[in-house]
Design a protein around this ligand. Sequence first.
Ligand SMILES: C[S@@+](CC[C@H](N)C(=O)[O-])C[C@H]1O[C@@H](n2cnc3c(N)ncnc32)[C@H](O)[C@@H]1O
Length: 269
Amino acid sequence: MSSDTTPSPRRIEVIGIGAGSPEHVTGEAAAALAAVDVFLVADKGAAKDELVEVRRAICERWIPAEREYRFVTVPDPKRGPDADRDTAQYEKGVRDWHAARTDAYVAVIEALPPDAVVGFLVWGDPAFYDSTIRIVDAIGERIPTTVHVVPGISAFQSLAAAHGIVLHRIGEPIHITTGRRLVDQWRTAGAAGIDLGTVVVMLDGHLACQDLAASDPDALIWWGAYVGMPQQQLRSGRLGDVIGELIALRAELKARHGWVMDVYALRRP
Ligand SMILES: C[S@@+](CC[C@H](N)C(=O)[O-])C[C@H]1O[C@@H](n2cnc3c(N)ncnc32)[C@H](O)[C@@H]1O
């Protein structure tokens, strides 16, 4: 008699939970949340505990009380000093970090009951500046999986709604980038006469737009921190007029809360 020892695929739900407000959770995300047995959450240290708490609050808000589930925190491997690295070193650093994270997740998943549904709660939308889908793909190369991705409201959608704006002028493009690349792309495009349209900047720990304030003081900025969360802050105006306030406010918020997440849209006048 032969027996089939191939394990059945592990079901993984990658769930976009929106950018911080429990009210961002869509109907599809709520249904996926209620199907998960074990949520895997990266442990990023004490300063980010609040972000884990937001995730717990979302589960409490949307998962029926009688449904049992648990959180397993997975220590996040240390990441190198990104700011000191050139682009090639930075990209290698991120790849190494992803590999270390994949090892950690595979070890945790392999120890779970075979039929436990695993969930990843992804901030905003999994398609924008988030490595979860790449890591889940890498997990799938090591153990059989079936993966379902649920979209979420991204920080920049939430920013546009909070300011009550359309992100682009009629028919114009939107360019989404990181603080790391903003200045180079803005200047290179400007010199080549390429219209980037509205530039949305995420992952900017240093308000890179301050380096454009002297050359482009008339650019318009719509900025938001903790958008959609109780501590939300919004500012907008001419870059040259508001940059000083933004630098001071960002530093003050970081000192007060221990962390800050901000996003902005920038447009030539
Ligand atoms: C790792 S990326 C994740 C983006 C996410 N996947 C999304 O779709 O919004 C984190 C960046 O998103 C932005 N961000 C996320 N949530 C935010 C919020 N509530 N308010 C302001 N910016 C936010 C910040 O630029 C932050 O550096």
